[in-house]
Design a protein around this ligand. Structure first.
Ligand code: PGA
Length: 251
């Protein structure tokens, strides 16, 4: 029997936020999470690395979790400008996003690099959110499911379990564009992801699969109701506390 998958609503602030505004946003989200007292879902915000510690400290005890947006595969060393999973953990993070399409595109992150980062997250005691998703050209060429399959096979580490892995399906063309796939398209992608995971690990039925790409308060309920969707990875809308809380409420 499939184990229960507790929905995860994750905010990806990307490269946005200076201390004063970011802490105000985090505190507003934390207040909403604390007031709601949700035990049936998890709510996470991933601020820029400079603010993880401050956000984690300012929201401690509220039930809101803090995470990183990226980590290096190594624990420490001569990697100027990088942040390790251990450093994120030390700052108060519980999760880390790895392989976001912006990093795959901007920083040349390959599946192998993403996989090493997910393993680094485990080493540090963080839960990796592994991102995959097709480009518009790939979708138009009918390659969506094949692309997802190859990204999963390359990015998901051996030894994955339901408790150690979250996968986020984010069509590249839906990120920050206001466009989303239809609910059946999301359901088809997620069903395929779960099937592919089934060939890679024993506990595929328990892995949480998030949808990401232009999720907002007004479309969250519909997207989250699609088959095999266990939460959302939210960019732009996570920068507004009321909007982000509305998405969390819809979960
Ligand atoms: P968006 O971004 O919600 O602004 O489309 C999602 C993401 O990139 O994680």
């Amino acid at each position: 029997m499939a184990r229960t998958r507790r929905p995860l609503i994750a905010g990806n602030w990307k490269m946005n936020g200076l201390k004063a505004d970011a802490l105000a946003l985090a505190k507003d989200v934390a207040a909403g999470v604390s007031q709601a007292g949700w035990s049936d879902r998890e709510v996470l915000v991933c601020p820029p690395a400079t603010l993880v510690a401050a956000v984690a400290d300012a929201t401690k005890g509220s039930g809101l979790l803090a995470g990183g947006q990226n980590c290096h595969a190594k624990a420490s060393g001569a990697h100027t400008g990088d942040v390790s999973a251990e450093m994120l953990k030390d700052a108060g993070a519980s999760h880390v996003i790895v392989g976001h399409s912006e990093r795959r595109a901007d920083c040349g992150e390959t599946d192998a690099i993403v996989r090493a980062k997910a393993e680094a997250a485990w080493r540090a005691g963080l839960l990796p959110i592994v991102c995959i998703g097709e480009t518009l050209a790939e979708r138009e060429a009918g390659k969506t499911l094949a692309v997802l399959e190859s990204q999963l096979k390359g990015s998901v580490p051996a030894g994955s379990t339901a408790a150690k892995l979250v996968v986020a399906y984010e069509p590249v063309w839906a990120i920050g564009t206001g466009k989303t796939p239809t609910t059946p398209e999301v359901a088809a992608a997620h069903a395929h992801i779960r099937k592919v995971l089934g060939g890679l690990m024993a506990e595929a039925a328990g892995v949480r699969l998030l949808y990401g790409g232009s999720v907002k308060g007004s479309n969250a309920a519909e997207l989250l109701a699609a088959g095999d969707v266990d939460g959302a990875l939210v960019g732009g809308a996570s920068l507004n506390a009321a909007e982000f809380l509305a998405i969390a409420k819809a979960a």
